[in-house]
Write a protein that binds this ligand. Structure first.
Ligand SMILES: [Zn+2]
Length: 192
């Protein structure tokens, strides 16, 4: 299921890259504000489509309304803050472009945008995964890493840790690839 999030993330990054390239091409003729607005508008609507696609793939019984509701929760980890972050990024890009219309600046924003997209895909994937586990009566989860050379020390130290499903600690870094598996034994056997 995390592969699906990866596929959608990569597609969104391609959208972002394409939009930034168009911005670079048009920047001499068009005004900077309307061009950057267009880039972020396209990205935002592609993101919503991507979120909905991922949601329905992972949790076929989820409704579009349910996803949109989650996306609009005023929490640190959802679309609400994603949009705020995009808005700030857009303003900074506009300012930077007014001073210097270089490809380096676009590259920088391209990277930041890609990072944001990846981060929010991970958030949604975790949310859907946990809500499916809860629906199935799971009370505890085990933290799992991808178990390769890219896993960081913090995540490595969490590998195999059991959490009550409502008390999972936040991920230590953006684009974390760790995932949660159902822990099926009873509470008693955890304490034992
Ligand atoms: Zn991790």
């Amino acid at each position: 299921m995390y592969e699906k999030a990866d596929v959608i993330t990569q597609r969104l990054v391609r959208v972002l890259y394409h939009e930034f390239l168009c911005l670079l091409i048009n920047i001499d003729e068009l005004n900077i504000v309307s061009s950057t607005n267009q880039v972020y508008k396209t990205l935002t609507s592609s993101m919503i489509d991507g979120f909905i696609e991922l949601g329905i793939f992972m949790k076929p019984d989820i409704t579009e309304d349910e996803i949109v509701e989650w996306l609009n929760k005023p929490s640190e980890v959802t679309f609400y803050s994603f949009l705020g972050e995009l808005e700030r990024q857009k303003e900074r890009l506009q300012e930077a472009l007014e001073i210097s219309r270089s490809k380096l600046i676009l590259d920088k924003y391209m990277k930041q945008g890609a990072w944001l997209v990846g981060e929010f895909m991970v958030e949604l994937t975790d949310y859907l995964n946990i809500s499916t586990l809860k629906q199935n009566g799971v009370k505890y989860v085990i933290w799992r890493t991808e178990d390769d050379e890219k896993v960081c020390d913090v995540c490595q130290s969490l590998d195999g840790t059991i959490f009550p499903i409502d008390e999972i600690i936040p991920k230590a870094h953006p684009n974390c690839r760790c995932y949660y598996e159902a822990y099926t034994k009873t509470e008693k056997s955890i304490i034992a």
